[in-house]
Design a protein. Sequence first.
Length: 462
Amino acid sequence: LTVDGRMDPGGETVTRLRHDIGEDFASHSAPDHRTVIDHHERLARGEEGPLFTRPKSLGEIVAKNATETVDHDTERSNRQAARYLHDREDLGDHPRFAAEAIKQAGAKGIGEVRDLVAKLFQNNPERGDRYAYDVAKQLDPEQRDAFLGSAEAWDDRPFGVPKDNAPPAKKEETESKEQPPELQAGKGTADPVPLDPAQPADPTPFQAANAEPQADLADSDGGRGDSGQDEDEQNGNGGDDTKETHLASAEGQNKPDSSTNPDSKPAKKPSELANEKDRPNVTGRYKETVGKVEGGSQGYKAINKRGCLGLYQLCKDALEALKLKDENGQLTQKARDLGISDDKSLIDGSEKMNKLQDELFEAYSRVLESEAKGKGLYVKYVDKSPTIVGANGTFKLTEAALIAGGHRWGMGMTSRYLRHMEKVGWNSKNTPFPDEYAEAFEAIEKRMQLLHDVEYRAPEAK
């Protein structure tokens, strides 16, 4: 193109512009050069210009409405995503995933996406505005109004058209002025509900939508703690992965075949067993195997430099989920009622505290079950039990493997690992992990392979 200040009305540039944005400008007339100059001169004097520009910061509006409480896994995932998106030139498909999360989860998805927008807007207002706008434009009117908090917040008129000929933003009519319960902003719950932006059956928030690399894992040091365990900032559960290749249990899951026994009941699917109200009754073999890779030689007295405690290396996030510590890391009254006066008291090696650690591990396993079920990981993955061709061997995705992955690096990251593996045909041997997730995915896969064939639930729980 020759830089001459002109465009051929029938040329490639104008033709392309008409194709891409012609419909948006169809009902508006373009300002002449005098109006444009007048607009900028008025702005320089602190006055309002004659051209339309978006009057409100959608990022700020969404951030102010981000009053819903999100679970620890989502909060951590959103914090990582905000760091990742902060300096990226292109937001990519991330806003689309967020919009899909809202469409599938209603109020819960809105709360989770608002939380991310608030974190992003806090450090990069311009990026927060862009993200909020990109999400909002992909929602239908009811969902968009619920996400933004009101119908008045949205105005999609083109930039730069004269105000005197720009019609007011359309207000789409709805059958009822009241939002459906599932879309009412602020009516979300922190309890897991079905949702996964990828498909209706998979239910967690928006973090399940984070299928694309987005987290900055630089602050996950992956080092070895004082007790010799790998450390994990994502979940706070460290383990000595060097032991995992030779600790795999041969304990099988031999179940009677109901097809050959008409009197026997069909075996329940893992998704039917996973219920936060049903005690998982974790088998002794499962706890023993986890304890070996987590607590190492120090066992119940183990503590690493990140503060992960005991045989199962329960860290701050796990203790928060169990209501034993608050968000500031301080022990709660519930912890004190259990006899925990400080971190050292939990790992004092006494029979009472050793038993308590076992009980806490089972309780935390129920939390992980609940999170996994909320994300739809049971229905979408575990019930189907795909075969994973991993870098270090082939194994089945079982409930034992799923919970082990969640304990190793958090259920949010485990969900991402599974979504990635599904995309690559469940084969990581010939498909490298994304750089952003390589450390986490490798650790999750190792832990899953170690525990996939160790029976997770005691027979009486089935």
